[in-house]
Design a protein around this ligand. Sequence first.
Ligand code: ZN
Length: 390
Amino acid sequence: MKMKWKKIVLLLMVLVLFCSCKKEEPMDSWEAAVGLSYTYMREGVINTNGQVLRFYDVQSEQDVALCAKPNCEHLGASSTNPNPECNAYLGAYPDMPAIVGGQLYCVIQEEFTWDKPEGLFQKYLYRAEVDGTNRKEIAKFSDAQNSATADYGEGYFVYTYRNTEDVEGNTLEQCRAGIYLVDLKQEKTEQITVFDGYQAYIPNVMVYNDKVYYVYSYLKEYMDFLDYEVIFSEEFNQKMVENTCQEIWEYDIKTKKQNCIWNGGGSYYVTTMNDGIICVKESDRATIINCADGAQKEVSQEIFYGKAVMPYGNKIYFLTDGVLKAYQVEAGEVEDIGTYDESELKEIGILAITEETVYFMAQNGDEYYLPYDKFIKGKLDEVKKIEWQS
Ligand SMILES: [Zn+2]
């Protein structure tokens, strides 16, 4: 009984840290945007750079290890600490973590050795409390060599992967790109699609309105990427562009039917999808797909002449010359959202937009960092830099 109370008190301490300024039901949102080393949520960011998961709370401006063990130093594996006992340690390769629906989720890689590489193809989705306790495996991905991207939305987790080898370690001529969909509430998993193609890749995925939207990119003809002499040449780049195909697919979770809603070839594509809007930038134009009604609109790409395009709330945000602008999808007009000092903050990209925060990747001199801006009712407030504890 005594132990149980201790546990509850610890759990409460963690929760208080997370929700100091929140009203009810902290971390209740089911939305999270997965990036390369970070996952962005309304309340903050999970850092997956190290082996120990850390959470940065945008309200308190503090980061904490996702562990409430007393006297824990929150250390990952090393020669002096081969079996970490920290609850924020989830194996050597934690992937796609997020706090959604009040609980922590993370993809874990099965242990493997290079002489037995088949373990590399086994991944598990774990659920735990936000302090790392009560870990439970809720999904298994048994054909996934490399994680590509993922999205959390509407109580689902959608995970894309890419295999460049078979389970015996032989290089595949055609890569395999596939998607697993997990219903987080029902704990049901299905593999919803598999493509085999030259350089096959699924770089974007989004859950919206009980549907999964994704980009499938591949090459029409085989090209040898290992030939470095060729890879840096103008000719190679030209061939890549001509050879590249991109398709956008819509998968209906209820009916399990899917169809290609857009395709293109012979261009350079930058595709972003978020919050029900898909924007495909090509060399000479941009296509905007509104997933709410399926409407597609082609506009001059000069509208988004800046970098870093990110849809949110029926607008497409982009950065240019130190100004965050928004293109209103329906009205077709551009508005200024906010400015900041470009000499201090050299913007590189918008990483995610949530209800209350815009996350940027920025550069200042040699330093790359992750600033964010309070974002309430479409207006910027004050740009702040995230300083992670070392
Ligand atoms: Zn710990």
